[in-house]
Design a protein around this ligand. Structure first.
Ligand code: PBG
Length: 323
């Protein structure tokens, strides 16, 4: 019998189907992103991302009781009046993110808590760093702020920080600050290959973080530049990153495959807000079965080499595969 025919027969038998499978999804490999607003008792819908909400720390801790994903990734969404030119509220240890981390670590100590480190939701202009006199993002002046923000998150109990500002040298600056403050065991998940993507659209509504002037193209990698993305990722590895990340996921699977070959670090892929919204809207409009389309997309991402997938669908996926 031809070997491929034998595989087809194996797949037909329920118990053998798993043995014939090359990629599998596990709850431990899924990361659920969560948006945190200040205050108490708040739960807000995000119209562009049906099914995703912004929660205050108390509500978030409540809903975390049933979270089955192995990790969460927290994004702070301060109120507009708490934003200024340099993002000072990002450094407050009573801000929404540190508060949520402390509550989560009390109620779910085994849940891995990762925090996003970036200024775009904390600055009035919505850029990921501070601006110089010409109104351009000032890379080097932003580094100490990202480093201090990381230390605040670590002090509140975060297991890992995920710097997404795309400033050069941010991983090294954060590693040095964490070590200096005694947080040598807090990891860094580097948004290594982060492309300037249209698919972040719904996120900017969720985090209310669209830049008021200009765009992020000066500090995010253009979609055309595969080699530049790989170079950035390998620099992050050298600066001390513990994880690398490719983002968005589906349109950049080729980069994921190449990065898998180029680095021995674990790699996460971020199925971003626009990818979520497409899958969701397609399902709502009857274009496909939500479960089938979502699982196929996650399996594709894992097949390309991701060790973990960051996805707003994490909880639904676990429900689908574990029941
Ligand atoms: C920037 C940041 C963005 C996302 C995560 N961190 C948006 C951006 O660069 O504009 C997007 C995530 C998503 O779309 O789900 N701090």
């Amino acid at each position: 019998m031809y070997p491929t025919t034998r595989m087809r027969r194996l797949r037909r038998t329920e118990g053998l189907r798993c043995l014939a499978r090359e990629a599998g999804i596990t709850p431990g490999g899924l990361v659920l992103p969560l948006f945190v607003v200040p205050g108490r008792g708040r739960r807000e819908d995000i119209p562009l991302m049906p099914g995703v909400t912004r929660l205050s720390p108390d509500r978030l801790a409540e809903s975390a009781e049933t979270i089955r994903a192995g990790s969460v990734l927290l994004f702070g969404v301060p109120d507009i009046h708490d934003r200024d030119d340099t993002g000072t509220s990002a450094l407050r240890d009573d801000g929404p993110v540190p508060t949520a981390v402390r509550l989560l670590k009390r109620s779910r100590p085994e849940l891995v808590v990762i925090t996003d480190v970036c200024l775009c939701a904390y600055t009035r202009h919505g850029h990921c760093g501070v601006l110089d006199a010409r109104g351009e993002v000032d890379n080097d002046a932003t580094l100490p702020l990202l480093a201090r923000m990381s230390v605040v998150h670590a002090a509140s109990g975060a297991d890992m920080v995920a710097p997404s500002a795309m400033m050069d040298g941010q991983v090294a600056a954060i590693r040095q600050a964490l070590d200096g403050a005694g947080f040598t065991d807090v990891g860094i998940m580097a948004y290594a290959a982060k492309f300037a993507s249209a698919f972040y659209g719904p996120f900017r509504e969720a985090a209310r973080s669209a830049p008021s002037v200009g765009d992020r193209r000066s500090y995010q990698v253009p979609p055309t530049n595969r080699r530049e993305a790989l170079r950035e990722a390998l620099l992050d590895e050298r600066e001390g990153a513990d994880w690398l990340m490719v983002k968005p996921a589906l349109p950049y699977l080729d980069v994921l495959v190449e990065l898998r070959r180029a680095s021995l670090l674990p790699i996460a892929a971020y199925q971003v807000s626009g990818e979520y919204a497409m899958l969701k809207r397609g399902a709502m409009d009857g274009m496909w079965q939500e479960r089938d389309a979502v699982l196929e997309s996650i399996i594709s991402i894992e097949r390309a080499g991701a060790d973990a997938v960051i996805t707003y669908y994490a909880e639904e996926i676990i429900q689908w595969i574990c029941t």
